[in-house]
Design a protein around this ligand. Structure first.
Ligand code: FE2
Length: 385
C-alpha cells in the first residue's frame, strides 16, 4: 500500500480555452508580463490569440520570441538577462517544450540567487519561482504541467534537468485549436513523446494508484488518434484527443517520472541534434523489447488500452501484442523505430551507452536493472532497425 503525493497545476483545457488567459493572469496578480516564445509560434500566427485577451484584461506585456529549439545554457543566459533588466515578476510561456522550459528557468532565476547550474537535479530550488502561466502549442512535451525544465550543456554534451515543484506553472492552458497548424512530422514526433511519457509512467518504479488509470487513458487516446492527427491535421476531433492524451501523459510524467527510453534518448539528441521526440522514438521499441521480461502484466494491460484484441490470449502473448502495436503505431505515423534512420555511428555506441548509464534519475525509475552493457545491447539492436 503506497503513500504518495500527486501534484498538478490548474489545467484550463478545451477548444478556445486560451481566450480566458487574460482573466486568469489577472486573478494570479499579473500586471506586467514577459511572454516567452519562439519564432515558430510567431509565424504560426498564435501570438495574437494570447495578446488580445491580455490587452482586454488591461495587462501590459513584452514579447521575447528568440527561444531556440532544444535550448542550451548560453541561450538561457540571454533570457535571464532580459527578464532581470526588465524586472519582470510574471511570465507567460507559449510553445512546445523548449519555450515552456526556458520560461520556467527564467522565472526561477527571478526569485533564487545563483547560476542556473546551481539548481540542477532533484528539488534543488529553494524558493518558489515567479508566477508562470504556460500555453502548450504542441501535443507532446507535457511541460505545461510538469516540474521539469531541460536544457543542453554543450560543454559536457549532456541534457541536464531542473526538477522541482517550485518551478511548476500556476496555470496551464491546453487549447487544441492552437495545434491545428502543426505540420504532420511535428505532430508525429511530439505525439509519440507524449505516448512514451504515458508508457514510461505506467511502468515506472515511482508510479502510484492515481497515475495508473490516467496513464492508461493517455495511452488509449494517443494510440487511437496519433495517426489520424498526423494524416489529417485539420480534423479538430483528433487534435482534441491528442491534446487531452498529451496533457494527461504530462500529468503522469510529473508524478511517476520517465525511464530508460528517455535516458537512452538524451545522449543521442545531444550527439546528433535530433528533436526530443525523434531521439526517443528511435530507442523506444528496442528498449521496450529488452525490458519486456520484467513487465508482461503491465504490457498486457497497455495492449488492451491500445485496442488490441487480447481476450483469450495468454499474458505473454498479450505483452507481445503490445510490442507489435507500438511498432505499428510508430511506423503508421511515419516515425523511425531504430537508429539507422539518423545515421548513428556504431563506433560511438559504447560512449553513448556510458553517458546514458550516468542518468541515475531515469534509470533508477526503470523497473529493470540496466547495466552499461545492457544499454549498449539496446542501442546495437536499434542500430539494425
Ligand atoms: Fe519526453
Amino acid at each position: 500500500m503506497k503513500s504518495f503525493v500527486f501534484r498538478t497545476p490548474e489545467l484550463n483545457f478545451g477548444n478556445g480555452s486560451v481566450k480566458g488567459i487574460g482573466i486568469k493572469a489577472k486573478q494570479l496578480g499579473a500586471s506586467r508580463v514577459l511572454i516567452v516564445t519562439d519564432k515558430g509560434v510567431v509565424s504560426a500566427g498564435i501570438l495574437p490569440k494570447i495578446e488580445q485577451p491580455l490587452k482586454d484584461a488591461g495587462i501590459e506585456f513584452e514579447v521575447y520570441s528568440e527561444v531556440q529549439p532544444e535550448p542550451n545554457l548560453d541561450s538561457l543566459h540571454e533570457i535571464v538577462k532580459i527578464a532581470k533588466e526588465g524586472d519582470f515578476s510574471f511570465f507567460i510561456g507559449v510553445g512546445g517544450g523548449s519555450a515552456m522550459d526556458v520560461t520556467k528557468l527564467a522565472s526561477l532565476m527571478m526569485t533564487n540567487e545563483g547560476e542556473v547550474s546551481d539548481f540542477l537535479g532533484v528539488e534543488k530550488v529553494p524558493n518558489p519561482a515567479a508566477p508562470v502561466i504556460l500555453v502548450a502549442t504542441t501535443s507532446g512535451t507535457g511541460s505545461e504541467v510538469t516540474k521539469f525544465a531541460l536544457f543542453g550543456d554543450d560543454a559536457i554534451k549532456r541534457k541536464t534537468a531542473v526538477s522541482s515543484p517550485n518551478i511548476m506553472a500556476r496555470a496551464a492552458f491546453v487549447d487544441p485549436e492552437l495545434t491545428i497548424s502543426m505540420p504532420g512530422h511535428v505532430t508525429a514526433a511530439t505525439g509519440i513523446d507524449a505516448f512514451i511519457h504515458a508508457v514510461e509512467a505506467y511502468i515506472a518504479v515511482n508510479r502510484n494508484p492515481a497515475t495508473d488509470p490516467i496513464a492508461l487513458e493517455a495511452i488509449r487516446l494517443i494510440a487511437a488518434n496519433l495517426i489520424p492527427a498526423v494524416k489529417n491535421g485539420s480534423k479538430l476531433e483528433a487534435r482534441y484527443n491528442m491534446a487531452l492524451g498529451s496533457v494527461l501523459a504530462g500529468i503522469v510524467l510529473n508524478n511517476a517520472g520517465a525511464g530508460a527510453v528517455h535516458a537512452l534518448a538524451y545522449p543521442v539528441a545531444m550527439e546528433y541534434h535530433v528533436s526530443h521526440g525523434i531521439s526517443n522514438v528511435v530507442n523506444f521499441v528496442h528498449t521496450m523489447e529488452y525490458i519486456a521480461p520484467a513487465l508482461l502484466e503491465r504490457y498486457a494491460n497497455m495492449a488492451e488500452a491500445m485496442g488490441e484484441k487480447v481476450g483469450g490470449l495468454s499474458q505473454y502473448d498479450s505483452a507481445m501484442a503490445f510490442l507489435k502495436a507500438i511498432r505499428r503505431l510508430c511506423l503508421g505515423a511515419s516515425l523511425p523505430v531504430g537508429l539507422k534512420s539518423i545515421g548513428v555511428d556504431p563506433k560511438l555506441v559504447p560512449a553513448l551507452a556510458e553517458t546514458a548509464f550516468t542518468d541515475t534519475r531515469l534509470l533508477g525509475n526503470t523497473p529493470y536493472v540496466l547495466t552499461a552493457k545492457d544499454i549498449q545491447a539496446i542501442y546495437s539492436n536499434a542500430l539494425n532497425d
